[in-house]
Structures are given as structure tokens and as C-alpha cells.
Design a protein around this ligand. Sequence first.
Ligand code: MN
Ligand code: MN
Length: 302
Amino acid sequence: MATLVFGHTSPDTDTIVSAIALASFLDDAEACALGEPNKETAYVLEKFSLDTPRIIEKVAGQKVAIVDTTELSQLPSDIEQAEIERVVDHHRLGGLTTAAPVNVDVRPWGCTSTVVWSLFIDIFGRAVPKNIAGAMVCAILSDTVLFKSPTTTKYDRRAVEELASTAGIEDVEGLGMEMLKVKSSIADDSAADLVKRDYKDFDFNGKKVGIGQVELVELAMIDPKLDDLKAELQKLKTDGEYWGVIMLITDIMKEGSLVVAYTDDDAEVGRILGGELVNGQGWIDGIMSRKKQVAAPLAAEL
Ligand code: MN
Ligand code: MN
């Protein structure tokens, strides 16, 4: 029985590429996904001639390896009936528990693909295949927003340097910008698409909070869609019985985010995030990372 390797729901490039990379060096393993690849990921898979992972929902009774999350809310509902063999991640430890001992490789680095890269070298002593190396470069550039995110570490930079050389990529910056433009294009997306594009549910001390993020090369791109987006978030809050829904509209070049929030206490959320929310929105300089600059302080202070 093949080990199913997958990451979180609403998969991003790191989740899908890390699953592919990890599966490639485990024996008898298949990269899977808990949803369709987003536009950026589809571009990366196409560029490096990698197959789109099979989409799965149920994993009870299967052998599995999990990448890029340990949050139960971001995993299949029957995950605890699976045989978890391995976890590779770069987030806080979520609620996942296992019946048997398990290989766990979690580092506070910028990207799971960086951790997978270190496993290739340290544990498996194997070279990364060329096309997978190229996709891993993209995953790291994506998660670290071209090294601008405060989550970036020297390991992410070193991984990109080595993987780019393996993949024969000379213009890393150019590749990153090309990817960001693909990711940033929102012309064809509905407000609902934008909210779901990169959305995660959290439980902060009993408060259900959903946080989405859209990264743009220019904030003004959101203007024609902002009203629809707000209506969608309000609807989501009511329908999903959330304490709060928060959307980060990140301007990658200006290095900050427009925070749009519908919560039971906007003033408190604004204070925790180090800014001010007026009528449910506010620009906050420097906010690039949902994990480090939004989810972590909310988890600590809400
Ligand atoms: Mn991810
Ligand atoms: Mn990641």
C-alpha cells in the first residue's frame, strides 16, 4: 500500500511541491492533494513538467505522510484513523496526535520545501531531481515572498541557491517575479474565489477565526473587487459561525497589508496586529506573514 503524501486543504505551492518532493524519495509513495492547485501552483507544475497530484478526501486506514501543516482543521476529517508515518512542516505544532512513533521534521524556517531539501541532503543523502528542484525554488520564493517575509531564514536562501543551481535556473529573481505576476492576476476571480484562494481556519482559545490572504504586486488591483470581497467575508462570518474572518490583501512591493476584518471585536484585533481597523479595514505596514504576524499574535492574545 503506497504512502499518501499530502499537505493542507486549500493547497498552496509549498504544500503541493513539498508533497511531490517528499514522495519522490520515499519508497512506494504517492503525492496527493486536498484540493485543486491554485493558479501559481498550476504554473509551477507546468513549468517544471510535473504531474498534478491526485485529489483525495478520505485517508482512513491509509499510510500517510503529512507536509506543511499539523492543524487538524486543515487535514482530512478522518486523519486520526490513518497510519501517520512522517510529518514535515514549518508551522507551529497543531493538534495532530499519532498512535505510533513517527518521523517528525519541523523547523522554524520559511518553507516546508526548505525542510524537505535538508532531508534530501542530511537524511537521505540523495540529489534532488532537476525538475523537482526547480519547483522547490518556486515553493520557497512563494512562501517567503521572494525572501521579503520575516519568516525567511538563511536556510531558505541556501536552499534556493543550491536548488537553483541543480535546476539550472540563472535568474531566480526573474522567476520569482514571473510567478508573482501569475499569482497576482485577479482579473478573472470572483470575490468568493479570492477569499478561498489561500484561506485557513484557526481555533484561537475557543474562538473560530478564518484568515485568508491575497498577495498582489500592487494593492490597487483589489479596488474594483473590494466591495464584493467585503460582502463575501460578512456572509462567510455569518454562515460559518465565525468569531472573526480576516483577509490580508498584501502588497508585496510596499511590504504591508490592507487588513479587512469582520470580527466580534475589531478594535482588539487591530490593537493585536499593531494597527487600527476603521469600518473593518486598515492598512498595516510591514504585515506580510499570516502565520507569524497575524495567527501567532492572535493565538497568544485573543
Ligand atoms: Mn502552505
Ligand atoms: Mn509552507
